[in-house]
Each structure stands twice: as C-alpha cells, then as structure tokens.
Design a protein around this ligand. Structure first.
Ligand SMILES: C[S@@+](CC[C@H](N)C(=O)[O-])C[C@H]1O[C@@H](n2cnc3c(N)ncnc32)[C@H](O)[C@@H]1O
Length: 226
C-alpha cells in the first residue's frame, strides 16, 4: 500500500512509505485504556504512520519535539514516542470531553509503555484554546485531533501555525478526520458539512502552505509543511 497517496502540492519522501510498509504492524499491541474501550480501527495505522514519519524526521533532526492536541488515550501518540525511543519531547493536550478514556492516566501509561522517558513527557489538561498561546513552545511535529467543529479545528491549526511563525520554526502539522467524501462527523453543520476538512484547506490557502491529504489513512490525514 502506498501510504503517501492523495491530493496536494506537498511532496513527502518515498522513504516514509518504505518505513511504513517495513515497520511494525502495530507499534503498541499492548495498548489499553482503563475504560475498556477499544482503539478505533484506523488508529493502529495512524500510529504506524507517525512512527515511520518520525523515524524519517530523526535522520535530519536528532532531537524532535512533538505536540498532540486531542491526544485521548494516546492511540496515535504512541507512534511518535516509540520512534523517539526515549529522546525528544512529547507534549499532550486533552480536555477529557469525550470521556471515552481516563486522561491523563491512560495516555501516560500507553506512552510510557513505548519506552518513552517520563521526564520528557508533558501532559496538559484542559481546552486547547486556553492552553495554547503565543508563549507555548513550538514543536517540530504537531498532530491536531481535538475539537472537530469548524471553528475549533481552525483555531487549533491557526494557533499552531502562529506559534511556529513567531519562533521562526519549521515543521509539519498533521490534521486527522478530514475525509470529505462522507458526512459522518457529529460536529458538521449546514454551513460546514466537512468541518475539519474545510478548516484544514482554509488554513493551507490563507497561509500559502504546501499541503497533502493522505487518503489511505483511515478518515484521512492532512499534512501541512511550514
Ligand atoms: C477523536 S478523539 C482523539 C483520539 C486520539 N487522537 C487518539 O489517538 O486516540 C478527540 C479528543 O479530543 C479531545 N478534545 C475535544 N475537544 C477538545 C478541546 N477543545 N481541547 C482539548 N481536547 C479536546 C477529546 O476529549 C478527545 O479525547
């Protein structure tokens, strides 16, 4: 399977696809959350993609910092931290609004099970809109998967772009759940039938950032390069 398939102007190195296909099938088979909830079907694949992407990124940037907004139980975050093998910094944000996992306990346990160093793990509890400000540290890689309303997703994406620009940093921003071929998000409205997709495309156009949509990842993953 070519994991890099999909529309967009951003070209991603073929090595990421090779690493994805040669990497572990499931980066954390022992993943669990205390509520007993199972991982959504796309999440082992999403974690596997982040594992491959981070491994590739580490060739060029020996210390990587990662932020995930809407990290939940860490089903996708474990891909980053497994690849980081104890080094680098992982920042997690969640307001526990879905109540499908116990945050931060479940997330922390899963991330530490990948061998990540507890001292490099920063867990923030609350609404991303009150946690992210211009003083929040920039990250090389950011995964946005929190508020899925059009306004909420747009806020998170723009805030992360602004933090990167203020610090003159480069990196990648991932945005999950942007499949615009289905109308399945409960956050959809008449004005915004594909809320996260619309926020992603609007930010890419307004800030003139190269973008790509990876359609072979469940519920589609957007990538912005900054
Ligand atoms: C789709 S789930 C994320 C799944 C997660 N990325 C994973 O890998 O398992 C969305 C998460 O975002 C959180 N969330 C929703 N709105 C938020 C907000 N405004 N600020 C912070 N977290 C939020 C929810 O509590 C939920 O855990």
């Amino acid at each position: 399977m070519n994991i890099l398939e999909g529309p967009g102007s951003l070209s991603l190195p073929e090595e990421i696809n090779t690493m994805f296909n040669e990497g572990p099938e499931d980066v954390l088979p022992e993943f669990k959350v205390s509520t007993g909830r199972l991982r959504p079907p796309e999440h082992p694949g999403l974690a596997k993609f982040f594992y491959a992407f981070t491994k590739h990124f580490l060739f060029y940037c020996p210390i990587v910092s990662v932020l995930e907004i809407g990290v939940g139980g860490g089903a996708s975050a474990v891909g980053f931290t497994k690849a980081m093998a104890g080094g680098g910094i992982m920042r997690c944000i969640d307001n526990n609004s879905y109540k499908t996992v116990n945050y931060p306990e479940d997330c922390k346990a899963n991330i530490l099970a990948t061998g990540f160093n507890e001292g490099n793990l920063h867990m923030y509890e609350g609404d991303s809109k009150s946690i992210l400000d211009n003083n929040f540290p920039p990250s090389d890689l950011t995964h946005i998967d929190g508020d899925h309303t059009y306004e909420g997703a747009l806020y998170d994406i723009i805030m992360v772009i602004n933090i990167m620009k203020l610090n003159d940093e480069r990196g990648y921003i991932f945005v999950h759940d942007i499949d615009n071929t289905r109308e399945w998000l409960i956050e959809r409205t008449k004005e915004h039938p594909h809320p996260v997709y619309e926020a992603f495309m609007e930010a890419a156009e307004d800030y003139k950032l190269p973008w790509k949509i990876l359609t072979n990842i469940g519920k589609h993953l957007g990538v912005l390069e900054i």
